[in-house]
Design a protein. Structure first.
Length: 214
């Protein structure tokens, strides 16, 4: 009990001392209480949370392809020389332009194929006449010009002899037809008027027409 009393007295004395010191500090300010340094407050600077700026990498410009300065060589197309057209000048006009041909061109017994042949010779020369004869199927393998003479009856020995004397080849006879081959030199000779041989053939007795071969 005595120890308890001593502890109580000591506790009361401590309380009194604390109260006294606090009162003095409040009244006179001579005794200051323990100064407590304020705890510094850390200032947190917010870090920018924006997405990082990505600088796009410029794509390299494509290197232009080298343009060839070599131009392609033009292809030359060889156009065949057109064959002459004997009808470029109408026969009636040609007969007026070349009066020497008028008797033959107006002769109804001579087929138009031979008139065109003579007209081609007058306009384009022998090469043009041969081209016309070839197109019409008038040439023999030897290059002579074939003609069928139409007679008013069967061929006679006299008619055949007359043809031979003119230098004309007789290829054969059939009914009232005589197949002949006239050399180009005779029909288209420059020594005589072109077509003169045709006029002579049409003037033979019993001959009524000069036609292309059948």
């Amino acid at each position: 009990m005595e120890r308890l009393s001593v502890w109580k007295r000591a506790l009361c004395a401590a309380v009194v001392a604390v109260v006294t010191v606090g009162g003095c500090a409040r009244e006179g300010g001579d005794i200051a209480g323990p100064t407590v340094a304020p705890t510094p407050t850390a200032t947190v600077v917010p870090t920018a949370t924006g997405e990082p700026s990505v600088t796009p990498t410029a794509e390299p410009s494509p290197t232009p392809r080298a343009t060839s300065t070599v131009r392609p060589t033009a292809t030359v197309t060889l156009t065949p020389t057109p064959r002459p057209r004997p009808t470029a000048v109408p026969l009636s006009v040609l007969a007026t332009q070349v009066p020497e041909l008028a008797p033959l061109l107006n002769n109804p017994e001579v087929d138009i194929a031979y008139k065109q042949l003579v007209a081609a010779y007058a306009q384009y020369g022998q090469q043009g006449a041969v081209a016309v004869a070839q197109q019409a199927g008038l040439l023999t393998p030897e290059g002579d010009i074939r003609i069928d003479l139409v007679l008013d009856g069967p061929a006679t020995e006299e008619t055949l002899a007359r043809l031979s004397s003119m230098g004309i080849k007789v290829l054969g006879t059939q009914d009232n037809r005589v197949q002949i081959a006239v050399p180009q030199s005779l029909l288209l000779s420059s020594a005589q008027q072109p077509g003169a041989a045709l006029s002579q053939l049409s003037g033979i007795e019993h001959v009524t027409a000069l036609l292309p071969p059948q």
